[in-house]
Design a protein around this ligand. Sequence first.
Ligand code: MSP
Length: 479
Amino acid sequence: MSKIYITTAIPYVNGAPHIGHALDYLLADVYARYQTARGNTVRFQAGTDEHGNKIYKKAEELGIPVQSYVDENSAKFREFIQKLGVEPTDFIRTTDETHEHRCQAIWQKLKDHIYLDSYEGWYCEGCERFVTDKEYEENSGTCPDHNKPYQKLKEENYYLRIADFKPQIEKAIKENALQILPEFRAKEVLQLLKDTPDVSISRPTSQLQWGIKVPGDDSQVMYVWIDALSNYITILGYPDQDISDYWPATAQFVGKDILRFHAIIWPAMLLALGLPLPKTIVSHGFVLADGQKMSKSIGNVVDPLEVLADKGLAAFRYFFLRHADTFADSDFTWEKYHAAYNNELANDLGNLVQRLANLCKKQDLSGLTNFQPAADPKYDALMSDFCFTKAFDYVWEKVAALNKEIDDKKPWELAKLPEKHDELISILEKFATDLLQTAHLLAPFLPEVATAITDIFTGASDTNSKIVPPATPLFPKDR
Ligand code: MSP
């Protein structure tokens, strides 16, 4: 039995949760459920990133005190996570007093690698980072992610000497001691690392008020990324407590846009603190809307709450875990969503459960109370390698194979022949066992569905311990 620590990116609270945020949570949740089912002890962090100018300005614009604004939005994220059926063990807010104190202590510990310097350059407020002249030129002066012109900033800032750690970070990535997934992203990071200058890790209070004060210098506030990245260890108690039970993290889930912070600045901070690097950083792709980046100005932002309300949680988890490739960009359209729900969830799986339970009920079959799931090496390899979409496809192959086997063996025909009764019972038991095994593999993805199937075929859903079909279909097509 091991101790597993899983983290998710903490979203900015300058708006309500959007569909992209769901990916971090769902992927981390699948891994957490898988590891828990294997008997490991899992700590699973989620939280909200609440400092920085973007948030401060938004609250000002709305005329709301910034603390009330972040309180309100952080609560929305908490609620959203719950609605996704995701159950983190820890929820951190960067405005928590404990986090703020621990962050200041971290700063003190980083001191040998920090220096004060003045800098003039291009800055993107959306990304909350300086960009190089090369990037400025490549993007013709406008941030492609935020569609906003870069600003010229001249500031006196504290810097973290990334240069001190470049060779170690490079070695860790190359040797897979710090595994970055997918692999092609590791190559990108190695390239980026070469060009990464020392990073500015503070802002003058004249530029930024909503942040954690730099210890010993009232004129500076910590750069939001230093504050935010620290969350992964302050939540474990660092530096007040020994965190070696759960650090290094087993897996950190982030979107591709913020991999550079997690694969360069974060390792530099950890090395400066004398802490080990995380074992794996999983970088997922973006969810697009009808092939385009979602943006308020285009007006194509898909509201995750609307999607959840449309066909329920199982459909949501099904679509984003099976049809949003773990490592690549994916596309959401209502047509694709409804097709996946109707043809796959309701038809392939929902009908399978219904018809097999009906066949068993007709024969008055008892639930398979002694069912024990079997190990499945192929599935385990995919899950351990974070290839969740592939693992889900594999589970669906089992669903398809079982449907086919039932069609081929035609148990309803056997039921007409009394002399075939024993054969009929034994194939129905085999089908029920196969379905229970499939439900076991399905559990990290669709936990509630897996429980419902297990209850039906082990007899737990019936007072007489018999297999009975659910009173209403698992996935009514017209919901
Ligand atoms: N606050 C930082 C993260 C700090 S972690 C120490 C941040 N916040 S964010 O709200 O912009 O993004 C939060 C997460 O959502 C990131 O992992 C980001 O990649 C992800 N996504 C934001 N938009 C997305 C899509 N359209 N699709 C998929 N994920 C996306 O960055």
